[in-house]
Design a protein around this ligand. Structure first.
Ligand code: FAD
Length: 376
């Protein structure tokens, strides 16, 4: 008889796990808290590790058909001088920018094609190490393996007391917004701008452009920016005059959030595993939260399928995958901390150090640890 897995959360990690387990002969049921399967309409960057996982579960073509291949990455300092400019050779699939709704839909399609059962409006409340997922109303779902991919505020994680730290790295906010494209589409480029007190990025995303926006700790955003889902246009344009036209296209559709950090004492208890933001939420500075979630989900499916003893296998899975995720998490935190807490009177020094750092192959190897990681 097929072994059975119960999964809490139909987000990026949960759906990847669902498809990967079902494709290996498991019966799979996913419980999603929301009443519909949907993600938010902002951009997301998928690096090489994410591509490999999407290919393995049969979702890559659908994502690539809607996303933009990244052909160039640029970083500019507070004087709008380029600190970094990397070309990715044509044909080499290093990164893609896609709308999260499209990535999510491709994962839903892959899971459904593989025979996964998805139950909506079914919030997970807790899990038990013996392999039980408890949903709202007290229903108990027994399984060979339970997976908690229920995000930053994970009930599964908290019911098992696995978290050592759940919080935010800084007080700064990050905003994400899709704006209509003006002018011809350009080959996928990521342009990141570090202003004196704020930073932002512009990414090609199909027929649209995706911008991320962030204040620093010594320059909190105006309260009404976050409250009204918008930007204080004059303040941003003063800092980035060359992007005035981009800011003029931003309305009241900015999704503001924070930079999460989740650390756990363990990623499992008995026959329950956690992964994704519930286990290792990280700031978006390296754009690897989803990539790590997908890679850890695929690795879990591979190892569980070839193991008869799930409770013994889970610590082995964690020992294999956790170092890559934690290095990535540490660099994402360091990168963010330097950016958000840097003194305003030392910006020239920040620029010089950053240019030197990105010219160092050793540092670039650290920053791309997750992207280079091959599961299995
Ligand atoms: C500003 C920002 C930008 C980012 N940019 C990138 C990027 O460019 N590239 C990248 O790789 N990562 C990026 N990330 C990180 C990425 O979004 C997350 O790491 C990724 O979504 C984690 O996947 P997950 O499955 O763990 O959680 P989620 O995708 O959040 O999914 C969790 C799911 O669980 C559901 N749920 C919650 N509670 C319950 C419950 N009790 N019961 C059942 N279901 C529940 C939720 O409704 C949701 O569907 C970014 C994050 C932020 C905040």
């Amino acid at each position: 008889m097929a072994r059975h897995v119960e999964i809490a959360g139909a987000g990026i990690g949960g759906l990847t796990a669902a498809a990967a387990f079902a494709q290996r002969g498991w019966s799979v049921r996913v419980h999603e808290r929301a009443a519909e399967l949907r993600d938010i309409g902002v951009g997301t960057t998928i690096w090489a590790n994410g591509h490999r996982v999407l290919a393995a579960i049969g979702a890559l073509d659908e994502v690539l058909a809607r996303g933009n291949r990244i052909s160039r990455l640029e970083l500019f300092d507070h004087t709008n001088t380029m600190l970094r400019g990397d070309n990715f050779p044509p044909g080499e699939l290093q990164g893609t920018v896609a709308l999260r709704v499209d990535l999510h839909q491709a994962l839903v399609n892959a899971a459904r094609r593989s025979g996964v059962e998805i139950i909506l409006s079914s919030p997970a409340m807790a899990a038990e190490p013996e392999g039980v997922l408890i949903t709202e109303g007290g229903a108990r779902h027994e399984a060979d393996l339970v997976i908690g991919t229920d995000g930053y505020n994970s009930r599964v994680r908290d019911s098992l007391g696995l978290a050592s730290h759940v919080g935010f790295v800084t007080d700064a906010h990050i905003g994400r917004v899709i704006i209509p494209r003006v002018g011809p589409a350009e080959p996928g480029a990521i342009r990141e701008y570090w202003g004196p007190t704020r930073c932002c990025g512009v990414l090609s995303c199909g027929e649209q452009e995706y911008m991320f926006l962030s204040g620093s700790e010594n320059c909190p955003l105006a309260p009404d920016e976050v409250a009204n889902s918008t930007v204080a246009h004059a303040a941003w344009i003063a800092e980035f005059p060359h992007l005035a036209e981009h800011f003029s296209r931003i309305g009241t559709n900015v999704i503001w959030g924070r930079y999460p950090i989740v650390r756990c004492t363990s990623w499992s208890a008995g026959r329950v595993a956690i992964l994704g933001d519930s286990a290792h939420g990280m700031p978006s500075t390296l754009a690897q939260g989803a990539g790590c979630a997908m890679a850890n989900a695929l690795a879990l499916a591979e190892m569980a399928t070839s193991s008869a003893d799930i409770a013994t296998m889970l610590p082995e899975w964690e020992a294999r995958e956790r170092p890559v995720t934690e290095i990535t998490q540490r660099w994402a935190v360091l990168y963010l901390t330097l950016l958000k807490r840097w003194p305003n009177d030392l910006l020239d020094m920040r620029a010089a150090m950053t240019a030197e750092a990105f010219a160092s192959p050793g540092l670039v190897r650290h920053l791309t640890t997750a992207a280079r990681h091959v599961v299995g």
